[in-house]
Ligand binder design. Structure first.
Ligand SMILES: NC(=O)c1ccc(NCc2cccc(O)c2)nc1
Length: 244
């Protein structure tokens, strides 16, 4: 899978993925991440990429021409690429969106700085994403976050490091608690069910813990999850227990 990033700070993309699982995936050729300096498409001696806002006001706005030249140039190399814009005005990025994007062959990311993009850039954009309700100095970190979330879903990337299916959110619920050695730490023991070797009982306990944890921390997620009859029974028991 190819990730093409248009940014004023291409050097930001040199190290974040080095050494990590994503870095190994790049080395294996499963994933390709290329940062393109927006200035390459800015004209004039000063290669201007931003300008003052019409209508006045503080800050600077990213000019449409350099960005649109960049998109057209990259779309010639990757005709089927989806063009993604990173901005606080975008739709909320979720695990489901990550799974959808992981189906693509290549993605083009537009990373804005300053006060944002000239509105006319949006006619070249397929989807606009926000990674949360906060404003950063640029779209580069959001692009890295999305690249990480999508790249790890590319077949072969996670390998034995864990399965994407068992992720939080992949079944719409939060993850169950995790334990590893030692069996007792600071007087706190690992739940005995996990030492029982009874895989059916362990799976049931884990699902019940996912439901409890989601009910306690993110009840909003429960509206979008498909629940079995047993899930509903468990949830009701958890609700009663929490009410006491
Ligand atoms: N929540 C996010 O995904 C996010 C994305 C970008 C960003 N900064 C650059 C920018 C880009 C566009 C408009 C704008 O106002 C600021 N900050 C936060």
């Amino acid at each position: 899978m190819k990730f093409e990033v248009v940014t004023l700070f291409p050097e930001m993309f040199d190290s974040p993925f080095a050494g990590s699982i994503i870095g190994k995936a790049v080395a294996k050729g499963l994933v390709q991440i290329t940062a393109h300096p927006l200035r390459d498409w800015a004209e004039g001696r000063h290669q201007v990429t931003d300008d003052t806002p019409y209508g006045g006001g503080d800050g600077m706005v990213m000019k449409p021409e350099p960005l649109c030249r960049a998109i057209q140039s990259l779309k010639q190399q990757h005709p089927r690429a989806r063009v993604l814009m990173m901005s606080p005005q975008g739709q909320r990025f979720t695990q489901q969106r990550a799974a959808q994007l992981a189906e693509e062959e290549s993605l083009i990311f537009l990373c804005g700085r300053y006060e944002g993009f000239d509105e006319r850039v949006r006619s070249y954009v397929d989807e606009e994403y926000s990674i949360g309700d906060f404003v950063l100095t640029g779209g580069e970190l959001p692009a890295m976050v999305i690249i990480d979330a999508v790249a790890r879903l590319v077949p072969g990337v996670l390998g034995s490091q864990g399965s994407a299916e068992a992720d939080s959110f992949s079944d719409g619920l939060l993850e169950h608690p995790h334990y590893t050695r030692p069996a007792e730490f600071e007087g706190r023991k690992v739940p005995e069910v996990l030492l029982s070797g009874d895989h059916a009982r362990i799976a049931a306990w884990r699902r019940s813990q996912q439901l409890l944890r989601t009910l306690q921390r993110r009840p909003d997620l429960l509206e979008h999850v498909s629940l079995t009859e047993q899930d509903r029974v468990e949830l009701e028991q958890h609700r009663q227990m929490l009410r006491q």
